[in-house]
Structures are given as structure tokens and as C-alpha cells.
Design a protein around this ligand. Structure first.
Ligand code: HEC
Ligand code: HEC
Length: 254
């Protein structure tokens, strides 16, 4: 049953991408990002779930990226590691990956193809599928629509009904400078910055950030509030408790 579901989900993602992308998203340029071939996307959804791909046959892409998202766990070279281990990296969600290059927390892969190839080599323990299946994995990942609860418009303004606090949170998000590095609609700027976490890291999307159990490149933050407090310190902004809550309420809409 699982694979049938994946095939449907792959097809659906494709429809969502084609259906939503054009009108609402100013970033979306159909010439730069032609819609992926639906047969490849379906094949990719299948390969993504297949543990036989990795030589020890003990893991699929979906083990760490369930549903194309993130398991919220930390790994180093494909091995699970405890928080605080040097070199630990939290699995990023692949939702919206088509618009989030460069890839990896250190931004070391320019293109999605290179990112998928590294995953096959390291995280998937030297998996070497035929080229068609690598194309399929790439097309599937590219087809995953960005996480979207439908609670904010592409310009970041909340849709109704929304609590007043969350609406005010957008003003705080703007006035605190969050928007400089996390601009809507994807809430990332495709650049790396040093925000006081021990180096330069690729700005992550804030889409779906309220769902994350671990935040930061190495899982250093255990809650959204902890991450936001660290970002405020890095930005040199101090907020009243009320404004801080408004900011958190806004982020929970994304
Ligand atoms: C063992 C867990 C694990 C497996 C299995 C795994 N990944 Fe990953 N994936 C990660 C981690 C951890 C990162 C972040 C690595 C980093 O930034 O250094 C990542 C990053 C990525 C990225 C870059 C995303 C971004 O926005 O930076 C892509 C694309 C990706 N994985 C696709 C795949 C594909 C396709 C497969 C199967 C071929 C796969 N992954 C298998 C854990 C895994
Ligand atoms: C100078 C650019 C910059 C600014 C300004 C900025 N951020 Fe970030 N943000 C980043 C980077 C880079 C990271 C990743 C840091 C890391 O993981 O080490 C990050 C990470 C985060 C995370 C964790 C996301 C995750 O998936 O782990 C949250 C939440 C966040 N920022 C919210 C905010 C908020 C709220 C503001 C405004 C107060 C803000 N950021 C301002 C660049 C910025």
C-alpha cells in the first residue's frame, strides 16, 4: 500500500506545483524551472521509498525524509549522532527544495543533482542506481511543493481568519529584520550568513518551522521559541514579551 500512496502523492505534488506556481509566486519562472516530467516524478516517488537502493538495504531516502519532509534527527555521514556531536547535521525538509538552492547547511551543493548524488554516496551508503533513477529522484524532489498551510499569502500577509496577535507578528517580523534573510514566499534568501552559530550556514526556510522538534543546522535549539530568541540576540533586537509572542504566533502560521 505504501508505494501506491507514494505514487499518488508524487502525482499530486506535480499537480500542486503546476497549479499553484505560476500566478502566486513571483519567484516562479517556468522557463528556469520547467514542470518535471510526470512519469519521472512518479518513478522518483517509488525509488525514494525503496530501501533496496542502499547496499545494506536498511534505509530509504524516506527513512530520514519521511513524506519528503524531515525526521528531525541528527546525522553525521549518514550515522545517527547525539546532539552536540561535532559535525552533526539536522535533516532538512525537502519540501520546496526546487527553490532553495544552494543545498546542504553549508551551501556546498549548487544544484539539486549534486545534492542527490551526495545522498546516494554517503547517506545511502554507496547506492548506485541506474542514471534514469537518479533523474527520477531529482525530478521527484524538485516536484515537492513548498510546505504551505494556506495561512499566509505569497507576500507574507496572513489570510483570514487570523488572530490579531499573529497579524501584529508580521510587523514584528519585518521591523526586527527577519524579513531581510527570510523573505516570503519561501522565507529564505538562498545565501549563507554567520548568525552566531559557529560559522556561516545556509538560511533555512521558515515554512513549517512550527512543526520542527529540533532546529538549527546541528539541532542546537529544542523549540521554536529558543531559535527565535537566539535569532533576536544575533540581530541585536530586543522585544517586549508581548511582541515576542506575536512573532511566535506569526511564525506558527507558516
Ligand atoms: C541517514 C539519513 C538520510 C538519508 C537516508 C537521506 N538523507 Fe538527504 N539529508 C540528510 C541530512 C542529514 C541532510 C543535511 C546534510 C547537510 O546539510 O550536510 C540531507 C540533505 C538532503 C538534501 C539537501 C536539502 C537542502 O535543502 O539542503 C537533499 C536534496 C536530500 N537530502 C535528498 C535525499 C535523497 C534524494 C535521498 C535518497 C537518495 C536522501 N536524501 C537520503 C539525511 C538523509
Ligand atoms: C542575517 C540573516 C538572518 C536574519 C536577519 C535572521 N535569520 Fe533566522 N536564520 C538565519 C540562518 C543563517 C539560520 C541558520 C542558522 C543555523 O542553523 O546555524 C537561521 C535560522 C533560523 C531559525 C531556525 C530554522 C530551522 O529550521 O532550524 C528560525 C526559527 C529563524 N532563523 C527565525 C528568524 C527570526 C524570527 C528572525 C528575526 C528576529 C531571523 N531568523 C533573522 C539567517 C537569518
Amino acid at each position: 500500500m505504501a508505494w501506491r500512496f507514494a505514487l499518488c502523492a508524487g502525482g499530486l505534488s506535480y499537480l500542486l506545483l503546476v497549479g499553484n506556481g505560476g500566478a502566486e509566486n513571483a519567484d516562479f519562472d517556468p522557463r528556469a524551472n520547467p514542470p518535471p516530467n510526470p512519469d519521472l516524478v512518479q518513478r522518483g516517488a517509488f525509488v525514494f521509498l525503496d530501501p533496496r537502493l542502499s547496499p545494506p538495504a536498511d534505509r530509504a531516502c524516506a527513512t530520514c525524509h519521511p513524506g519528503g519532509g524531515s525526521d528531525g534527527k541528527l546525522y553525521r555521514a549518514g550515522e545517527p549522532v547525539a546532539p552536540g556531536t561535532p559535525g552533526a547535521r539536522r535533516t532538512p525538509s525537502l519540501r520546496g527544495a526546487g527553490e532553495s538552492s544552494p543545498y546542504f547547511w553549508d551551501g556546498s551543493a549548487e544544484g539539486l543533482r549534486g545534492a542527490v548524488e551526495r545522498m546516494l554516496r554517503i547517506e545511502m551508503r554507496g547506492a548506485s542506481p541506474p542514471g534514469y533513477d537518479v533523474d527520477a529522484l531529482e525530478a521527484y524532489v524538485r516536484s515537492l511543493p513548498r510546505f504551505d498551510r494556506g495561512r499566509v499569502r505569497p507576500n507574507g500577509t496572513p489570510t483570514e481568519p487570523v488572530r490579531l496577535s499573529a497579524r501584529r507578528g508580521l510587523d514584528v517580523f519585518r521591523s526586527s529584520g527577519c524579513v531581510d534573510c527570510h523573505p516570503p514566499p519561501a522565507y529564505l534568501d538562498r545565501r549563507s550568513h554567520d548568525v552566531g552559530t559557529g560559522g556561516r550556514y545556509d538560511t533555512p526556510t521558515l515554512r513549517g518551522v512550527g512543526e520542527m522538534k529540533t532546529l538549527g543546522h546541528d539541532g542546537r535549539w529544542k523549540s521554536l521559541a529558543e531559535a527565535v530568541d537566539a535569532m533576536l540576540i544575533s540581530a541585536g533586537v530586543s522585544l517586549s514579551p508581548e511582541q515576542r509572542q506575536q512573532l511566535l504566533d506569526y511564525l506558527a502560521l507558516l
